[in-house]
Write a protein that binds this ligand. Structure first.
Ligand SMILES: [Fe+2]
Ligand SMILES: [Fe+2]
Length: 540
C-alpha cells in the first residue's frame, strides 16, 4: 500500500523545468540602481523560485529514496547549478518570514502554479522553525544529499533546529547553514511607528518577549501565541495590500489570491479572539506603505459583518472588498496623498473621485475576471453616507448595499481615530464613537452602528481610562455582559503616580467584591491623543 503511494511522489514537471542562467560576472558589471540591475534582480528572483522548486523536489524525493539513489541526481545537479550561478558575490540565502519566501531581501513572488511548491517548502521550513537557509559556493552534491536525508529523517516534533544544526556539523555537511526563525515585531517601542515588512522588520531573537524560543524562556502560553498569530496575520494582510496597491499604481497586474488567503487567516483568528485582532487596529503607523488604514477597515468590517451574521465564506469576500475600498487612491499622485498640511480645492476634487476611480482600478486587475459586485460597491459607496450627503453624487435612485453601509462605519471610525487619513489630528476612540452616534441615521445605518458599538465597546478598544486608584489603564476588550457595557476589560499601564508599569495587571471592571459592589471603577476617560500614548503597544 505504502509502496504505491511512494512511487507517485516525484514531480516530473518540476524536474523538467529548464534552468535559467545568466552570465556569471554580470552582477559585478552592473551598477546597483541601474535599469540593468533591476533586470538582474528579476533574474535572481526567477532563479530563487527555481531553487525553491528544486529544493522541494529534493526533499520530496529524499523521503522515498536513499541519498545515493539516481533519482536524486536531477534536483541535486539543478540546485548546484543554481547555487553556483547565484552565489558569485555572496552566499545564496533563502529566507522565510511570516510565511513569505525571500531570496536575500527580494520577495519571491510566486504565481498560481508555483503556489503549491512554495507552500510545501514554507510548511517544511516552518515545521523546523527555520527562518533561513544559506547555501555557499563550497556546497557539493554529497552535502545536499546528506542534508536532505537528515532533514526528512529527523522529526521536527521532537527535535529542534539546534539538533538539526548539530547533526549537520557532525556529519561534515558543508556549504549549508540554517538560520532561526525571526519573529516580526510590529512595535519598536512606545510611541514609535510600527514596522511591517521583511527589509524593515524589527527582529526579536529567541528568548525575547513574545517569542516562544527553543531555550524555554518564551512561554507557550496560548494568549501570547494568539497575539503573535494576530500580529503576523495583520502583517500578511498589510503586505498583500501593499503589493497589490503598488501593482495597481504601476499599471501592472496582480493577483488577489495572496490577499484572500491572508484575509481568510485573519477571519480564523478573529473567530478565536476578536478583541486581540481588533486591538491591532489601534496601531498607529505612519509608514504609508504598510496600508494600515485598509487593513484596519477590513478587520473592523469583518467584525461588524460577523455580528450581522454573515456566513464565514462571505466574510472573506467582504474583508477583501474592504481591504481595497480605497484602491481608487492609487490614481491620486503621491505628492497629494502625502502632502503636509491642508488639501487645496483641486486636491479635494481628485480625492472625491477615488470611489469611482476605485471601481475602474479594480476592474482592471487580474484575478477579478468577474468583478464581484461587492468589491465595486465597497469602493463606490463608502463615502456616500446613509442620507446621500457624501460623494459621489448620483442623479439616479440608489440603494446602498449592506457591504457599503458596513464599510462606511468601519472606514469613518478608523479614519477619525488615526492621524494618517486626510491629515487630521486623531481623535480618541470614544470621542469618535460619540461623534458617529450623533450622526446615526444620517451618515450611518443606525442598526449597524449599534452593532458596531458592541464590537468595539462603548468605551472602545484602545481607549485610555483612569481608574479610581488614579492608575491609567487601556481598554483591551468590550464587556461581555452588555448590561455592563461601560465596564470593559482593561490593562493597567501606570501606577497611581503616572509612572508606566510593564506587564500591568488585567482588570475586569465587571468584577464585584463580597459586598456586591464593583471592585474597580473608571473615574474618567483620558484622551490618548492628548497624552500621546501609543495604546497599540499594550496589545502586542
Ligand atoms: Fe475612501
Ligand atoms: Fe478609507
Amino acid at each position: 500500500m505504502s509502496d504505491i503511494k511512494i512511487k507517485e511522489a516525484p514531480v516530473a514537471d518540476e524536474q523538467a523545468q529548464p534552468i535559467l542562467t545568466h552570465e556569471r560576472s554580470l552582477s559585478q558589471k552592473i551598477a546597483s540602481g541601474s535599469e540593468a540591475s533591476d533586470i538582474l534582480d528579476q533574474q535572481m528572483v526567477m532563479l530563487g523560485i527555481q531553487l525553491v522548486t528544486q529544493l522541494n523536489v529534493l526533499i520530496k524525493t529524499s523521503r522515498i529514496y536513499e541519498r545515493t539513489n539516481a533519482a536524486l541526481d536531477k534536483p541535486v545537479d539543478a540546485m548546484l547549478t543554481l547555487i553556483k550561478t547565484m552565489a558569485q558575490d555572496q552566499p545564496v540565502t533563502l529566507r522565510l518570514q511570516n510565511d513569505f519566501l525571500f531570496l536575500g531581501n527580494s520577495h519571491l513572488r510566486v504565481n498560481a502554479q508555483q503556489m503549491a511548491v512554495a507552500t510545501s517548502i514554507i510548511d517544511a521550513l516552518n515545521a523546523w522553525k527555520i527562518g533561513g537557509m544559506i547555501f555557499s559556493l563550497t556546497v557539493e552534491s554529497k552535502d545536499l544529499r546528506e542534508f536532505a536525508a537528515l532533514f526528512v529523517s529527523l522529526d521536527p516534533d521532537n527535535k529542534t533546529i539546534e539538533d538539526l544544526q548539530k547533526e549537520i556539523t557532525a556529519r561534515g555537511i558543508v556549504g549549508i547553514e540554517l538560520e532561526e526563525q525571526r519573529q516580526l515585531q510590529i512595535r519598536q517601542g512606545p510611541g514609535t511607528a510600527g514596522n511591517i515588512g521583511p527589509g524593515t522588520a524589527g527582529n526579536t531573537g529567541p528568548g525575547t518577549a513574545g517569542n516562544t524560543g527553543p531555550d524555554g524562556t518564551g512561554s507557550a502560553d496560548l494568549k501570547v501565541q494568539r497575539k503573535m498569530n494576530a500580529m503576523n496575520g495583520y502583517a500578511k494582510v498589510a503586505g498583500s495590500v501593499g503589493t497589490l496597491t503598488q501593482a495597481s499604481r504601476e499599471g501592472g497586474t496582480a493577483s488577489f489570491k495572496q490577499a484572500k488567503r491572508a484575509i481568510q487567516n485573519i477571519i480564523d483568528l478573529m473567530v478565536d479572539d476578536e478583541a486581540a485582532v481588533l486591538g491591532l487596529t489601534t496601531l498607529r503607523c505612519h509608514d504609508q506603505y504598510t496600508h494600515n488604514h485598509s487593513v484596519n477597515v477590513s478587520l473592523l468590517s469583518i467584525a461588524l459583518a460577523n455580528r450581522v451574521g454573515y456566513p464565514k465564506v462571505e466574510l472573506a469576500d467582504l474583508g477583501l472588498a474592504a481591504l481595497f475600498h480605497d484602491m481608487g487612491k492609487s490614481t491620486i499622485p503621491m505628492e497629494v496623498l502625502n502632502k503636509p498640511g491642508e488639501f487645496t480645492d483641486e486636491d479635494w476634487v481628485a480625492m472625491r473621485k477615488h470611489p469611482t476611480e476605485g471601481v475602474l482600478s479594480l476592474s482592471k486587475m487580474r484575478g477579478i475576471t468577474n468583478l464581484p459586485g461587492r468589491m465595486a460597491a465597497a469602493s463606490f459607496e463608502h463615502h456616500m453616507n446613509q442620507d446621500f450627503s457624501g460623494y459621489p453624487k448620483l442623479t439616479v435612485p440608489w440603494t446602498i448595499s449592506l457591504t457599503g453601509r458596513i464599510l462606511t462605519i468601519a472606514d469613518c471610525y478608523d479614519a477619525m481615530t488615526s492621524s494618517r487619513v486626510y491629515r487630521r489630528e486623531p481623535m480618541s476612540p470614544s470621542k469618535v464613537l460619540n461623534m458617529m452616534l450623533s450622526k446615526s441615521g444620517k451618515s450611518f445605518d443606525p442598526v449597524l452602528l449599534k452593532l458596531f458599538v458592541n464590537c468595539v465597546g462603548i468605551i472602545p478598544i484602545g481607549s485610555l481610562v483612569m481608574l479610581e486608584t488614579s492608575e491609567l489603564a487601556v481598554v483591551l476588550k468590550p464587556a461581555e455582559d452588555k448590561a455592563n457595557g461601560e465596564r470593559p476589560i482593561v490593562r493597567v499601564i501606570t501606577d497611581p503616580q503616572g509612572n508606566s508599569v510593564d506587564h500591568g495587571r488585567e482588570v475586569d471592571l465587571t468584577e464585584k467584591d463580597e459586598t456586591g459592589n464593583f471592585r474597580h471603577n473608571v473615574i474618567r476617560l483620558i484622551d490618548n491623543t492628548e497624552y500621546k500614548f501609543d495604546t497599540s503597544r499594550y496589545f502586542t
